[in-house]
Ligand binder design. Structure first.
Ligand SMILES: Cc1cc2nc3c(=O)[nH]c(=O)nc-3n(C[C@H](O)[C@H](O)[C@H](O)COP(=O)(O)OP(=O)(O)OC[C@H]3O[C@@H](n4cnc5c(N)ncnc54)[C@H](O)[C@@H]3O)c2cc1C
Length: 231
């Protein structure tokens, strides 16, 4: 295993064979540090680059041993990421890449078959790229568009996806395409001990942003990305 996250109810967060914490494929190491320090202030201990993990308890689960450290806990949570299960589509003549490929109307490569939500790798007309999102708003809005198009309408799916969450009260917002590897450049617009704003640019335009901490500029940033304005 090279990317397993382990959380214990006792407040230990451990990463097996990994030296970076949350969202290392998205945010900078400086922004990760803001989140790590914030979580540490709330009692979370991080064990990075853990080399060995074993269970404690001969019958019932009692905790785990990370490297040489024994941690008693009633619950263990393991983060393994997400993987698509598309075997059900085998032989159906539907193109599948990371997700079910569909056009801006959410129609798949087969007429009359549509995809929506986490499974859809759709033609995003705002970002001009095939995208796949995993959040409730996207799933709900795509479900509506796909349903209308199944009924014969021809409605483009045109929404700049965003997702927000919070870590011990610290707001974190992801807007648009925040895949670091596919950005030409990621500009750090704000960086202090508590806040960070990173703008992802591709082909000369902003396509995504991650805001940590003060989210007052969320709407302004969203509109700038939608309207292809400069930052
Ligand atoms: C732990 C966790 C926390 C999350 N937290 C948030 C959050 O805070 N905010 C947010 O916006 N999003 C969150 N998400 C993401 C969000 O849950 C998904 O983006 C959303 O549920 C996607 O909806 P969907 O309808 O596309 O897929 P799903 O909700 O996954 O629905 C797919 C359905 O299809 C069924 N299914 C699968 N295969 C078959 C088959 N062969 N035959 C019949 N049925 C089948 C499944 O059982 C499931 O019911 C979270 C996800 C997880 C896992």
């Amino acid at each position: 295993a090279n990317s397993i996250e382990i959380g214990l109810l006792s407040g230990i967060f451990s990463l097996v064979n990994l030296s970076q914490i949350f969202w290392s494929k998205i945010i900078s190491s400086e922004a990760q540090k803001i989140l790590q320090k914030h979580a540490e202030r709330h009692g979370v201990e991080f064990i990075l680059n853990a080399k060995s993990v074993s269970f404690l308890g001969s019958g019932d689960f009692e905790g785990i041993k990370i490297n040489e450290k024994e941690v008693k806990a009633p619950i263990l949570a393991v983060g393994i990421g997400l993987e698509s299960e598309s075997v059900v589509l085998n032989g159906a003549g539907i193109e599948v890449r990371k997700g079910v490929v569909c056009d801006k109307f959410l129609q798949t490569s087969q007429p009359d078959i549509f995809a929506a939500g986490d499974c859809a790798e759709f033609e995003d007309v705002v970002l001009e790229k095939h995208m796949r999102y995993g959040n409730w708003t996207n799933a709900i809005m795509q479900g509506k568009t796909a349903a209308l198009n199944m009924l014969g309408e021809k409605q483009e799916f045109r929404i700049l996806s965003s997702y927000s969450t919070s870590l011990f009260g610290k707001d974190i917002v992801f807007i648009g395409d925040v895949e670091r590897a596919s950005a030409d450049v990621v500009e750090q617009k704000v960086l202090d001990a508590e806040n960070s704003v990173e703008i992802f640019k591709r082909d000369g335009r902003a396509v995504g942003a991650v805001i940590i901490g003060d989210t007052a500029k969320r709407t302004e940033i969203t509109n700038k990305i939608k309207n292809r304005e400069d930052f």
